[in-house]
Design a protein around this ligand. Structure first.
Ligand code: UDP
Length: 238
Protein backbone atom coordinates (compact mmCIF):
# COMPACT_ATOMS: atom_id res chain seq x y z
CA UNK A 1 0.00 0.00 0.00
CA UNK A 2 2.98 2.36 0.57
CA UNK A 3 4.10 4.60 3.39
CA UNK A 4 2.88 8.20 3.44
CA UNK A 5 5.49 10.98 3.58
CA UNK A 6 3.35 12.98 6.03
CA UNK A 7 1.85 11.79 9.31
CA UNK A 8 -0.67 14.55 9.90
CA UNK A 9 -2.13 16.76 7.19
CA UNK A 10 -4.55 19.61 6.97
CA UNK A 11 -6.59 19.55 3.78
CA UNK A 12 -8.24 22.80 2.73
CA UNK A 13 -11.32 22.29 0.57
CA UNK A 14 -12.97 25.32 -1.04
CA UNK A 15 -16.72 25.63 -0.81
CA UNK A 16 -16.89 25.63 -4.59
CA UNK A 17 -15.53 22.11 -4.84
CA UNK A 18 -18.65 20.89 -3.03
CA UNK A 19 -20.85 22.43 -5.69
CA UNK A 20 -18.86 21.82 -8.90
CA UNK A 21 -20.72 23.21 -11.90
CA UNK A 22 -24.13 21.92 -10.98
CA UNK A 23 -27.02 24.09 -9.91
CA UNK A 24 -27.59 24.34 -6.17
CA UNK A 25 -25.02 24.87 -3.47
CA UNK A 26 -24.13 21.27 -2.76
CA UNK A 27 -23.71 18.50 -5.31
CA UNK A 28 -23.95 15.03 -3.73
CA UNK A 29 -21.66 13.56 -6.41
CA UNK A 30 -18.99 16.16 -5.69
CA UNK A 31 -19.15 15.43 -1.96
CA UNK A 32 -18.99 11.69 -2.59
CA UNK A 33 -15.93 12.21 -4.80
CA UNK A 34 -14.18 14.26 -2.08
CA UNK A 35 -15.07 11.64 0.52
CA UNK A 36 -13.52 8.89 -1.60
CA UNK A 37 -10.33 10.94 -1.97
CA UNK A 38 -10.21 11.49 1.80
CA UNK A 39 -10.83 7.80 2.43
CA UNK A 40 -7.93 6.84 0.18
CA UNK A 41 -5.69 9.13 2.25
CA UNK A 42 -7.00 7.73 5.52
CA UNK A 43 -6.40 4.18 4.26
CA UNK A 44 -2.69 5.05 4.10
CA UNK A 45 -2.79 5.74 7.84
CA UNK A 46 -2.44 9.54 7.84
CA UNK A 47 -4.14 11.73 10.41
CA UNK A 48 -6.39 14.06 8.48
CA UNK A 49 -7.95 17.36 9.49
CA UNK A 50 -9.90 19.38 6.98
CA UNK A 51 -11.11 22.96 6.74
CA UNK A 52 -14.03 23.52 4.39
CA UNK A 53 -14.79 26.93 2.88
CA UNK A 54 -18.20 28.48 2.38
CA UNK A 55 -17.85 30.25 -0.96
CA UNK A 56 -20.46 28.03 -2.66
CA UNK A 57 -23.07 29.53 -0.32
CA UNK A 58 -21.92 33.01 0.66
CA UNK A 59 -18.82 35.15 0.99
CA UNK A 60 -18.29 38.25 3.10
CA UNK A 61 -17.77 40.34 -0.05
CA UNK A 62 -21.56 40.29 -0.52
CA UNK A 63 -21.50 43.22 1.95
CA UNK A 64 -20.06 45.40 -0.83
CA UNK A 65 -23.55 45.34 -2.41
CA UNK A 66 -24.71 47.54 0.45
CA UNK A 67 -27.64 45.82 2.10
CA UNK A 68 -25.68 43.71 4.59
CA UNK A 69 -23.03 44.86 7.02
CA UNK A 70 -19.56 43.32 6.45
CA UNK A 71 -19.38 41.72 9.87
CA UNK A 72 -22.83 40.12 9.48
CA UNK A 73 -21.87 38.91 6.00
CA UNK A 74 -18.70 37.35 7.37
CA UNK A 75 -20.64 35.52 10.07
CA UNK A 76 -23.03 34.31 7.38
CA UNK A 77 -19.97 33.00 5.53
CA UNK A 78 -18.76 31.22 8.65
CA UNK A 79 -22.19 29.65 9.09
CA UNK A 80 -21.96 28.51 5.47
CA UNK A 81 -18.81 26.58 6.31
CA UNK A 82 -20.76 24.76 9.03
CA UNK A 83 -23.45 23.75 6.52
CA UNK A 84 -20.75 22.38 4.20
CA UNK A 85 -18.97 20.63 7.06
CA UNK A 86 -22.15 18.83 8.14
CA UNK A 87 -22.66 17.61 4.59
CA UNK A 88 -19.08 16.33 4.38
CA UNK A 89 -19.37 14.63 7.78
CA UNK A 90 -22.39 12.59 6.68
CA UNK A 91 -20.77 11.66 3.41
CA UNK A 92 -17.53 10.55 5.10
CA UNK A 93 -19.56 8.40 7.48
CA UNK A 94 -21.31 6.82 4.50
CA UNK A 95 -17.83 5.79 3.32
CA UNK A 96 -17.17 4.11 6.65
CA UNK A 97 -15.01 6.83 8.19
CA UNK A 98 -15.43 8.36 11.62
CA UNK A 99 -15.76 12.15 11.28
CA UNK A 100 -16.20 14.94 13.81
CA UNK A 101 -17.23 18.51 13.03
CA UNK A 102 -15.52 20.90 15.44
CA UNK A 103 -16.61 24.49 15.10
CA UNK A 104 -15.20 27.84 16.13
CA UNK A 105 -18.78 29.09 16.31
CA UNK A 106 -20.63 27.12 18.93
CA UNK A 107 -23.83 25.36 17.88
CA UNK A 108 -24.07 22.73 20.59
CA UNK A 109 -26.82 20.71 18.97
CA UNK A 110 -24.86 20.18 15.76
CA UNK A 111 -21.12 20.38 16.33
CA UNK A 112 -18.46 20.02 18.97
CA UNK A 113 -16.65 23.19 19.98
CA UNK A 114 -13.15 23.39 18.48
CA UNK A 115 -10.57 22.65 21.16
CA UNK A 116 -7.04 21.72 20.26
CA UNK A 117 -6.76 18.96 22.87
CA UNK A 118 -9.98 17.31 21.74
CA UNK A 119 -8.99 17.73 18.10
CA UNK A 120 -5.74 15.88 18.72
CA UNK A 121 -7.57 13.14 20.61
CA UNK A 122 -9.91 12.58 17.66
CA UNK A 123 -7.01 12.54 15.20
CA UNK A 124 -5.07 10.00 17.24
CA UNK A 125 -8.18 7.80 17.44
CA UNK A 126 -8.36 7.83 13.65
CA UNK A 127 -11.28 10.22 13.12
CA UNK A 128 -11.26 12.82 10.40
CA UNK A 129 -11.82 16.22 11.98
CA UNK A 130 -13.72 18.84 10.01
CA UNK A 131 -12.84 22.28 11.34
CA UNK A 132 -15.86 24.49 10.72
CA UNK A 133 -16.87 28.07 11.43
CA UNK A 134 -13.61 29.55 10.12
CA UNK A 135 -11.51 31.25 12.77
CA UNK A 136 -14.71 32.48 14.44
CA UNK A 137 -13.73 36.06 13.55
CA UNK A 138 -14.88 38.34 10.79
CA UNK A 139 -12.39 39.76 8.24
CA UNK A 140 -10.61 36.41 7.98
CA UNK A 141 -10.84 33.59 5.45
CA UNK A 142 -10.90 29.84 5.56
CA UNK A 143 -7.38 29.82 4.03
CA UNK A 144 -6.21 31.63 7.15
CA UNK A 145 -8.24 29.17 9.23
CA UNK A 146 -6.38 26.33 7.51
CA UNK A 147 -2.96 27.89 8.24
CA UNK A 148 -3.94 28.65 11.84
CA UNK A 149 -5.42 25.27 12.69
CA UNK A 150 -2.62 23.41 10.91
CA UNK A 151 -0.13 25.28 13.08
CA UNK A 152 -2.12 24.63 16.25
CA UNK A 153 -2.50 20.89 15.71
CA UNK A 154 1.07 20.47 14.46
CA UNK A 155 0.20 19.35 10.94
CA UNK A 156 3.18 18.54 8.69
CA UNK A 157 1.66 20.32 5.69
CA UNK A 158 -1.31 22.35 4.48
CA UNK A 159 -2.69 20.80 1.33
CA UNK A 160 -4.76 23.32 -0.54
CA UNK A 161 -7.08 21.56 -2.97
CA UNK A 162 -8.04 23.64 -6.02
CA UNK A 163 -9.52 23.06 -9.46
CA UNK A 164 -6.23 23.86 -11.25
CA UNK A 165 -2.97 21.92 -11.12
CA UNK A 166 -0.95 24.32 -8.97
CA UNK A 167 0.24 27.93 -8.76
CA UNK A 168 0.76 29.70 -12.11
CA UNK A 169 2.39 32.98 -13.14
CA UNK A 170 -0.98 34.00 -14.65
CA UNK A 171 -4.58 32.77 -14.53
CA UNK A 172 -4.46 29.41 -16.39
CA UNK A 173 -8.23 29.63 -17.04
CA UNK A 174 -7.69 32.84 -19.04
CA UNK A 175 -4.12 32.51 -20.35
CA UNK A 176 -3.28 29.16 -21.97
CA UNK A 177 0.47 29.89 -21.91
CA UNK A 178 0.54 30.49 -18.14
CA UNK A 179 3.43 28.57 -16.54
CA UNK A 180 3.03 26.48 -13.41
CA UNK A 181 5.64 26.57 -10.63
CA UNK A 182 6.86 23.28 -9.14
CA UNK A 183 8.25 25.00 -6.06
CA UNK A 184 8.13 28.49 -4.60
CA UNK A 185 9.41 30.19 -1.47
CA UNK A 186 7.04 32.10 0.79
CA UNK A 187 8.87 35.33 -0.13
CA UNK A 188 8.39 34.68 -3.86
CA UNK A 189 4.68 34.22 -3.26
CA UNK A 190 4.50 37.48 -1.31
CA UNK A 191 6.73 39.54 -3.62
CA UNK A 192 5.09 38.35 -6.83
CA UNK A 193 1.61 38.58 -5.29
CA UNK A 194 0.86 35.05 -6.49
CA UNK A 195 -2.59 33.74 -5.76
CA UNK A 196 -1.81 30.87 -3.42
CA UNK A 197 -3.60 31.87 -0.24
CA UNK A 198 -4.33 35.27 1.26
CA UNK A 199 -1.47 37.23 2.83
CA UNK A 200 -2.41 36.42 6.43
CA UNK A 201 -2.40 32.70 5.66
CA UNK A 202 0.96 32.86 3.83
CA UNK A 203 2.53 34.90 6.63
CA UNK A 204 1.37 32.40 9.25
CA UNK A 205 2.78 29.49 7.26
CA UNK A 206 6.06 31.34 6.70
CA UNK A 207 6.44 32.22 10.37
CA UNK A 208 5.81 28.63 11.39
CA UNK A 209 7.77 27.00 8.54
CA UNK A 210 4.65 25.13 7.49
CA UNK A 211 4.84 23.89 3.88
CA UNK A 212 1.86 24.40 1.58
CA UNK A 213 1.05 22.16 -1.37
CA UNK A 214 -1.40 23.59 -3.90
CA UNK A 215 -2.81 20.83 -6.08
CA UNK A 216 -5.76 19.78 -8.20
CA UNK A 217 -8.10 18.02 -5.81
CA UNK A 218 -10.56 17.26 -8.58
CA UNK A 219 -8.17 14.81 -10.29
CA UNK A 220 -8.89 11.37 -8.92
CA UNK A 221 -6.04 9.91 -6.86
CA UNK A 222 -4.00 13.13 -6.62
CA UNK A 223 -4.24 13.41 -2.84
CA UNK A 224 -3.06 9.83 -2.35
CA UNK A 225 -0.26 10.19 -4.91
CA UNK A 226 1.12 13.27 -3.15
CA UNK A 227 1.00 11.45 0.18
CA UNK A 228 3.01 8.64 -1.40
CA UNK A 229 5.70 11.09 -2.47
CA UNK A 230 4.82 12.00 -6.06
CA UNK A 231 5.68 15.56 -7.04
CA UNK A 232 2.29 16.93 -7.93
CA UNK A 233 1.17 20.57 -7.79
CA UNK A 234 3.21 23.45 -6.38
CA UNK A 235 5.04 23.23 -3.09
CA UNK A 236 5.60 26.46 -1.14
CA UNK A 237 8.24 26.29 1.56
CA UNK A 238 11.34 28.11 2.79
N1 UDP B 1 -15.10 33.92 7.03
C1 UDP B 1 -14.80 34.82 8.07
N2 UDP B 1 -13.86 34.45 8.99
C2 UDP B 1 -13.17 33.28 8.92
C3 UDP B 1 -13.45 32.40 7.83
C4 UDP B 1 -14.41 32.75 6.91
O1 UDP B 1 -15.38 35.88 8.18
O2 UDP B 1 -12.33 33.01 9.78
C5 UDP B 1 -16.18 34.27 6.09
C6 UDP B 1 -15.74 35.23 5.00
O3 UDP B 1 -16.82 36.12 4.76
C7 UDP B 1 -15.58 34.33 3.79
C8 UDP B 1 -16.66 33.27 4.03
O4 UDP B 1 -16.66 33.10 5.45
O5 UDP B 1 -15.79 35.01 2.59
C9 UDP B 1 -16.46 31.93 3.35
O6 UDP B 1 -15.13 31.52 3.47
P1 UDP B 1 -14.10 31.49 2.22
O7 UDP B 1 -14.39 32.66 1.32
O8 UDP B 1 -12.73 31.40 2.79
O9 UDP B 1 -14.52 30.12 1.54
P2 UDP B 1 -13.93 29.40 0.23
O10 UDP B 1 -13.51 30.47 -0.76
O11 UDP B 1 -12.77 28.59 0.65
O12 UDP B 1 -15.06 28.54 -0.26
Amino acid sequence: MGTPIYKRILLKISGESLARDKEGVIDPDAIAFLSKEIKSAKDLGVQLATVVGGGNIIRGQISSLGAIDRVSADYMGMLATIINSLALQDSLENFGLSAQVMSAIHIDTLTQPYMKREALRHLKRGSVIILAGGTGNSYFTTDTTAALRATEIGADVVMKGTKVDGVYDDDPMKNSSAQMFDTLSYMEVLNRKLKVMDLTAISLCMENKLPIIVFNLLKEGNLKRILLGEKIGTKVSE
